[in-house]
Write a protein that binds this ligand. Structure first.
Ligand code: NAP
Length: 300
């Protein structure tokens, strides 16, 4: 009887220690994962943001810098980029690098890549944000403007992704955030080319995300609804109702950046829009969708 009690006591001690070991091990793993996540966020993470001179891009740059990450700011407006560089360096003590580039130029991605390579900057986060729209019937619009739009919104985005993604895959670490739009979810009469460019971006981002399965590199597509930025004036979109209740660029930037950190595939910033685009629009007849979509782009 005494022997049986002794064996039971020994078993209890072994079981207890084993349980403690596994709980401790699990807790250690969790803490390690969190520390690595924080390290990734805080230490020496370099992000390159295109279209950083205003709107969502500038806010993405501010949010990244507020987490202690260095940054490369890309756009055409040199003065605005230099102002943002000074602001971010003095507020957050990070290093910001300015690259002035016109993404409508076919060789711009190669030039940006060459500049970061020459400066020894390893890009951990690529944020393809630069983009613009344009109002009017396709056949009445200036084709040159739509060609530039396709170059900025799609071609340079693809080129930059190709150039930086290879390094990320080799290092088995990296993140890409593509700023697309809810425009990606339907055709856009009166903004035909713009909507098509964003559909391209969402398709491209998702396909890459799947190809990257099993690596530590992710691709996220941020799909904002209307946002109060220079986008409206740049695209001759003044007087269109949907921008009366536009989200702030700060909230959209935070939403997209956080979704990227989580490794989301697609992020729509508004719950209502998310529901409509995923659960209602796909059930409607195509001609009805086209009519609703055109109505949304008509000026007052
Ligand atoms: N605002 C919205 O309602 C909305 C909604 C959904 C998606 N988006 C998307 O969000 C992204 C950011 O737009 P935003 O709303 O923040 O508009 P924004 O304030 O007009 O910013 C656009 C940015 O893109 C840059 N850019 C434009 N053409 C460029 C070129 N040729 N070369 C280099 N940079 C160029 C601009 O910089 P420079 O002029 O200095 O070059 C600027 O920094 C775009 O991709 C847009 O399609 C916007």
């Amino acid at each position: 009887m005494a022997l049986f009690a002794l064996i039971m006591a020994l078993c209890a001690i072994v079981l207890d220690n084993t349980l403690h070991y596994f709980i401790f091990q699990e807790a250690t793993n969790l803490v390690e994962a969190k520390i690595n996540q924080l390290k990734e966020i805080i230490m020496g993470n370099i992000a390159l943001v295109t279209g950083a001179s205003s709107g969502i891009g500038a806010e993405l740059a501010r949010y990244h810098a507020s987490k202690g990450g260095d940054i490369v700011l890309v756009a055409r407006s040199e003065n605005k980029l230099n102002e943002l560089k000074s602001e971010l360096e003095s507020t957050h003590g990070i290093k910001a690098t300015v690259i002035v580039a016109d993404l409508a130029q076919p060789d711009s991605a190669e030039k940006i890549f060459a500049a970061t390579e020459a400066a020894g900057l390893k890009i951990d986060i690529l944020i393809n944000n630069a983009g613009f729209g344009g109002h009017g019937k396709f056949y009445e619009r200036d084709l040159v403007k739509d060609q530039a739009m396709m170059q900025v919104n799609m071609v340079s985005l693809v080129n930059l992704t190709h150039l930086y993604l290879q390094g990320m895959v080799n290092r088995n670490a990296g993140k890409i955030l593509h700023v697309a739009s809810t425009a990606a979810f339907m055709p856009g009469p009166l903004q035909a080319v713009y909507y098509a460019t964003k559909a391209f971006v969402v398709s491209f981002s998702q396909a890459i995300a799947q190809e990257l399965e099993g690596t530590n590199v992710i691709s996220t597509a941020l799909c904002p609804g209307a946002v109060a930025t220079g986008f409206v004036a740049a695209g001759d979109l003044d007087g269109i109702k949907i921008w009366d209740k536009a989200a702030t660029p700060e909230s959209v930037a935070k939403c997209g950046y956080d979704a990227m950190l989580k490794g989301d595939l697609i992020k729509i910033n508004e719950m209502g829009l998310n529901f409509m685009l995923n659960w209602v629009v796909p059930l409607l007849p195509r001609k009805t969708v086209l009519k609703i979509s055109q109505k949304a782009m008509e000026k007052n």
